[in-house]
Design a protein around this ligand. Sequence first.
Ligand SMILES: Cc1cc2nc3c(=O)[nH]c(=O)nc-3n(C[C@H](O)[C@H](O)[C@H](O)COP(=O)(O)OP(=O)(O)OC[C@H]3O[C@@H](n4cnc5c(N)ncnc54)[C@H](O)[C@@H]3O)c2cc1C
Length: 283
Amino acid sequence: MRAYLPDYQCSSANSLSEAFSFLEKGARPIAGGTDIMVLFDAGLLAPGDYVDILGISELKGITKKRNTLTLGALTTYSEVRQHKFLQTNFPILCESAKEVGAVAIQNRGTLGGNIANASPAADFPPALLVYEAKIHLVSSRGMRTIDYTKFHHGYKESELKKDELIHSVSLENHLSKHHHFWRKIGSRKAQAISKTMMAGVLKINKNVIEEVRISFGSVAPTAVRCTEVEKFLTGCPLNKNTIREAKQILLKDIHPIDDIRSTGKYRLAVSQNVLEEFLCGIG
Ligand SMILES: Cc1cc2nc3c(=O)[nH]c(=O)nc-3n(C[C@H](O)[C@H](O)[C@H](O)COP(=O)(O)OP(=O)(O)OC[C@H]3O[C@@H](n4cnc5c(N)ncnc54)[C@H](O)[C@@H]3O)c2cc1C
């Protein structure tokens, strides 16, 4: 059944303090609306109060201070993909933004919305995991910062409290000597929700892996860091045997299931192949 419009009230907030007063009365935030309006159209959006946060300047912009880059929660995919510093230093974010939906969604959908929606198939989280992002949450009680790895607890579950907003995400820039890798597997190149996706960064010295970070999306209730594979690979020579073993160890880190988009078996096999593609591409 489609949603009945009079069951919804939407107000606009132009500052954080204005937004907090609506959130404290039980309103839910709406940013680009690209997730929320799909639910609305399908009659699956809970009736009640909403607060439009798109006009809040404190949540906008990409800023650089010394070695730290901060992206406001309202940063869109288009802003990410066009940002020169991100293209050079955090290319996985730009590559993943390029493959989100199509241009209309990239112009409208936001970083904060993608994170808060807490979907295991969301495209930004694997990149945020390998870049070891910090996430900043704000409410009338003030700001708190947590490691992005601790933000998602389970399917559609996160640290975010009902009266809080995602304020921004920050990244430390010290990966200039690393290889950066991104691969999204879906039914098409655009407008596709992934069957699996992988982000990876790796530093190699004289063919020995010095540091590696790997994460997958769409293969567990949340995007996951592959700590078992990382532990195994660190200090190993990069050769065929290492790659073969890493593909087996990946089975400890990811637990894909069957759903409408794919089967667990397919997701597992393709994830192993993507890991191989990443490791074979270093050189
Ligand atoms: C056609 C189509 C294609 C799509 N393709 C992709 C894709 O390829 N990959 C992908 O990852 N996603 C895709 N999406 C999903 C969606 O576009 C993204 O998740 C987007 O980033 C959501 O951002 P938004 O600002 O539109 O969120 P909204 O719809 O406004 O909100 C989503 C959720 O986040 C909450 N929220 C929003 N901002 C904040 C904030 N600052 N603080 C706290 N809570 C907040 C809202 O309350 C809501 O629960 C697609 C959607 C459509 C309609």
